[in-house]
Design a protein. Structure first.
Length: 336
């Protein structure tokens, strides 16, 4: 409800806490020295799509609530644990959390916070090198002969990994996974020919696809993405049960008043259904979607369940160290 002022019970200032720096979660594996170097380089890298989503959300809340909304990124340099502690300590603080948040924390820590609303879904896309010349999912799995097809994923506790578990159940023995460090790590694995194909978040895929370096075979979503009208869903490709998406949502501090949460939820329900907002988030690779506290609680519950049994029953090759590729990627995005 743009333009609506805050009630007397609502805070004049809100704080959005993001567990990660502007450049996103550290996509690092390797020696201690390499880790330090890459973290320093991230200071000069361009913002991630996740941070762009956060900035959009900040602007929406400012407009809808006529309130000041501050953003705190990577509080105390402590990532997930510090973000949870900061969010839980102040009645005017909201945690900007996503499906990846649960991998680095514990169920009790997350359950102390109050779910406010789901704000976006993150479709998973299956991609390969453009020159590979495979026609669709059927052609891809048709190449499987004596050994399983190796598919890169952003990690062992991710929506991409969960998608592979679903495909493995439909095609037993046809798929094994290689867990990389993040979506960009999995995509670089494809470009470096470490794996033939990868299941990665659509926001990470779009920059590569725009340059025609990668070809998107299918997306795991209920319907085609507005930016990719010619790319079929997994259901359209013959895999009806293969749906998997990450998510982003807002969680409130335990001390935030119910009236304040209701006002936040009502405002988000309006703005996230606007065509301009949906178009803006779609341009980043997300799908704007309002979900109430029950929807967000269900998403969190499912994520915690998957995190506790992320790789059961699925052959996995342990994480590949992609530190060198990470360095090259960060350098390529350094501001001039």
């Amino acid at each position: 409800m743009p333009g609506a002022g805050l009630s007397h019970a609502s805070p004049s200032t809100l704080t959005l806490v993001n567990p990660y720096p502007a450049t996103g979660a550290a996509d690092i594996a390797g020696t201690v020295t390499m880790t330090r170097v890459l973290r320093t380089m991230q200071t000069y890298a361009t913002p991630s799509t996740t941070d762009a989503l956060l900035q959009n959300l900040q602007r929406l809340l400012v407009s809808a609530l006529a309130a000041e909304v501050a953003v705190v990124r990577n509080p105390r340099g402590g990532g997930t644990a510090a973000a949870l502690a900061v969010a839980a300590a102040d009645s005017t603080t909201l945690l900007f959390g996503g499906s990846g948040l649960t991998a680095g924390t514990t169920p009790p820590a997350m359950r102390e916070l109050q779910p406010v609303a789901l704000v976006a879904r993150v479709p998973v896309a299956l991609v390969m090198r453009s020159e590979a010349g495979v026609d669709g999912m059927a052609g891809l799995l048709g190449q499987v002969q004596r050994s399983p097809l190796q598919i890169g994923t952003p990690g062992e506790r991710t929506a991409g990994q969960w998608l592979m578990r679903q495909l493995q159940r439909e095609r037993p023995g046809a798929i094994s996974t290689v867990a990389f460090n993040g979506g960009n790590g999995a995509l670089r694995g494809v470009l470096a020919r470490q794996v033939f194909v990868a299941a990665a978040p659509l926001p990470a895929v779009l920059p590569y696809a725009a340059g025609q370096r990668l070809h998107i075979l299918a997306i795991a979503a209920a319907e085609r993405h507005v930016l990719l009208p010619t790319v079929p869903t997994f259901a359209e490709s013959g895999f009806a049960v293969a749906r998997s998406a990450g998510w982003h949502g807002l969680f409130a501090a335990p001390a935030m008043q119910p009236a304040q949460i209701l006002r936040l939820r009502a405002a988000l329900a309006v703005v996230l259904r606007g065509s301009d907002v949906r178009d803006a988030l779609a341009g980043l690779g997300y799908v704007a979607e309002f979900g109430d506290e029950r929807t967000l609680q269900t998403a969190l519950h499912e994520e915690l369940h998957r995190s506790s049994d992320a790789v059961a029953g699925l052959p996995v090759q342990r994480s590949i160290s992609s530190g060198g590729f990470t360095a090259l990627n960060i350098l390529s995005r350094v501001r001039s």
